[in-house]
Design a protein around this ligand. Structure first.
Ligand SMILES: Cc1ncc(COP(=O)(O)O)c(C=O)c1O
Length: 339
């Protein structure tokens, strides 16, 4: 019998669990356009309290959550600071320009860390006719660096340099960061005015993300959600899965991180020159450069292991609920024999 595919392309390939499907079937729903869906309301309240904010809104995707935050925190023509490889910069197809008419100034985010002096330099430019800097968008965990999770203490210099700016945290994988750092999501999100997290990645929901922040701002966020076409009706069917995710799927992310560690070690042994960057991060991703990424991915696929590239010559392998110990070991063995 053929061995099952080990799909390490992304944690977005996860399937809803049986408990989620049961909760979805039984969900009490109403028209959320009239604020009459109790399951959506329960999910929004639960998330807001987990991230230490007043209110939250349930949205179809992480991209929409980031875009609503951008509209809430900025005005057209503003300069927004963000790491050069963050999702909001590279993977939202220019949405911040199209939706919020802002200009993003990209900061170096090699290894997932920002340099406070770069922030200070850009802000000093305001005195020399550069556009007004109003906001800083952060990402934790930082996907492109291989899922690096940062503590608030590590961000100290960045936050000091960003004093007075409005801050949004793209926490698509905030709960991975919580598990990796041992710090509650609320503490990781504390410096940010708004924070988003995705339910549809390592937490296994079929659809959905949440954006949280001050109540008055989230009311404005609801208007932007409607303008972007993201207002939903009996969305409690989806929110029910979200409640299961927040209850049952957060702590188990540690298993994904442990399995990513196996792959990281295998990659570091196979390509010792890559070791420092491969070994750094501590969540569910392994990201490394390879001179012939296409050939490497083809070799892995021959062994039933799927990976992907983030950029030309940059390979990404992601562990998640659908990858067990046997799958991680097969992937590690395929890496060990890779070209
Ligand atoms: C860091 C980060 N932010 C935002 C998103 C956007 O989420 P979605 O695919 O739900 O739009 C992703 C998706 O992969 C992501 O990795």
């Amino acid at each position: 019998m053929a061995l099952p595919i080990v799909d390490l392309r992304s944690d977005t390939v996860t399937q809803p669990t049986p408990a989620m499907r049961a909760a979805m079937a039984d969900a009490v729903v109403g028209d959320d356009g009239y604020h009459e869906d109790p399951t959506v309301a329960a999910l929004e309240e639960r998330f807001a309290s987990m991230v230490g904010k007043e209110a939250a809104i349930f949205v179809p995707s992480g991209t929409m959550a980031n875009q609503i935050a951008m509209r809430c925190l900025t005005s057209p023509g503003d300069l927004v600071l963000a790491g050069a490889r963050q999702h909001i910069v590279l993977y939202e197809l220019g949405a911040s320009a199209a939706n919020a008419a802002v200009q993003i100034h990209c900061l170096d985010d090699t290894d997932g860390v920002l340099d406070p002096s770069e922030i200070t330099t850009v802000r000093e430019g305001e005195a020399h006719v550069l556009p007004r800097v109003t906001a800083l968008f952060l990402e934790n965990s930082h996907m492109a660096s291989g899922g690096r999770a940062s503590t608030v203490a590590e961000l100290g210099g960045v936050l000091a340099a960003a004093d007075g700016l409005r801050i949004h945290l793209d926490g698509a994988r905030l709960f991975n960061a919580q598990v990796a750092t041992g710090l509650p999501a609320a503490e990781l999100a504390a410096p940010a005015e708004t924070v988003m997290a995705c339910l549809s990645k390592g937490l296994c929901c079929p659809v959905g993300s949440l954006l949280a922040g001050p109540a008055e701002l989230m009311e404005r966020g609801r208007l932007h959600r409607k303008r972007l076409g993201g207002a939903m009706r009996q969305a409690g069917i989806l929110a029910a899965a979200g409640l299961v995710a927040l209850d049952e799927m957060v702590d188990r992310l540690a298993e994904d991180h442990r399995r990513a560690g196996l792959l990281r070690t295998a990659a570091a042994e196979r390509w010792p020159d890559q070791a420092p960057s491969v070994l750094l991060p501590d969540t569910n991703m392994v990201v490394f450069a390879h001179p012939d990424a296409g050939r490497l991915l083809a070799h892995l696929a021959e062994g039933g292991v799927l990976g992907d590239t983030l950029a030309p010559g940059v390979v990404r392998l992601v562990t998640h609920h659908g990858v067990d110990d046997a799958g991680a070991e097969r992937a590690a063995a395929a890496i060990a024999s890779a070209p």
